[in-house]
Design a binder for this molecule. Structure first.
Ligand code: ADP
Length: 290
């Protein structure tokens, strides 16, 4: 190779290098532009998140104010119907008795809905305080037995609360655990025409405790099993339409279960029955790390 050839080759190489440099510069420029775009998108996302957060706060405040305002007048209605039904102001005709009972039932289910709404608002605003204590499962179960025995009036349905297989003690908020189970039990009684509603406890393989409400009722189709945990969702069906409800109970139980460091599990087969479980750790997570 002559010196001239060599020079030409070096020049070619230099030219190629310059081209590459221009390419790299162009790419760097493009990258900088893309970066600016991404930063702008992030800023927009932040704005949206802020607006959503503000909207959600406004919704929570509204729910909480509204349910507070509704509670007092509803309590008066319920108390008045009790007085009337106790015949403290004189006897009622059978038609009046029937009508006042209807008013009482409607007011009670409205009060239940208002309480659920208030609870949901409180949870969303992170204003629920848990009262953690050591409590035997048998004590929670005894409370439920006492509460539901008089309410389980359908003679074709046996209401059973099993004693736990071993002495189980939880460190948890017993009131909230009972609230979740009350919800499962009243649903189970509503949707079971014949057979049984059974409350029981199991120790799972991972050491968590499963508190189960098992019924032999209408069951829930697989497609509906997730939906019923969403706010205001009820299953469409002739039986479901007949029973009163708000569609707020299960979403609330799911939120409460999360607060308790656990979860709600459901196993159900249409026509055979359902098992709703509150699965919780023996010791609430906030006490485990302490
Ligand atoms: P509500 O009972 O007030 O309508 P829930 O959120 O407690 O609201 O329940 C939502 C729906 O889930 C009910 O309307 C019913 O269709 C279904 N469901 C709940 N529990 C049962 C059950 N044990 N058996 C069959 N269906 C159930």
């Amino acid at each position: 190779m002559t010196t001239a050839d060599l020079e030409t080759e070096v020049q070619e190489l230099r030219a190629r290098l310059r081209e590459r440099e221009t390419d790299v510069e162009r790419l760097a420029q493009e990258l900088a532009e893309t970066n600016r775009g991404v930063v702008a998108l992030y800023a927009e996302l932040d704005d949206r998140a802020l607006t959503l957060g503000q909207l959600s706060d406004a919704k929570t405040r509204f729910l909480s104010d509204m349910s507070h305002e509704l509670r007092a007048p509803l309590a008066s209605v319920i108390n008045l119907t009790r007085l009337l039904l106790a015949h403290s102001d004189g006897p009622l005709t059978s038609e009046q008795e029937y009508q006042v009972t209807l008013i009482q039932r409607s007011a009670e289910s409205l009060a239940e809905m208002v309480n659920d709404l208030l609870d949901i608002a409180k949870i969303e605003a992170r204003k629920v305080e848990l009262h953690l204590e050591s409590v035997p499962v048998s004590e929670i179960f005894a409370g439920l037995r006492g509460l539901f025995r008089p309410l389980a009036t359908n003679e074709r349905v046996v209401f059973l609360v099993e004693d736990p297989p071993e002495p189980l003690v939880l460190v948890t908020d017993a009131q909230r655990v009972a609230q979740v189970l009350r919800n499962f039990i009243s649903n189970a009684l509503k949707f079971t025409d014949a057979g049984e509603v059974r409350v029981s406890a199991r120790v799972l393989g991972d050491g968590r405790i499963s508190l189960d409400v098992t019924d032999t009722g209408i069951g829930i189709a697989p497609a509906d099993q997730h939906r019923i945990f969403e706010d205001y969702t009820q299953v469409d069906g002739p039986i479901q339409k007949r029973v009163r409800g708000t569609g707020l109970g299960l979403p609330l139980t799911r939120k409460l279960a999360l607060l308790l460091g656990g979860e709600v599990q459901l196993e159900s087969h249409p026509g055979e029955g359902s098992r709703f479980s509150l699965v919780v750790p023996r010791v609430h997570p906030s006490e485990q790390s302490a």
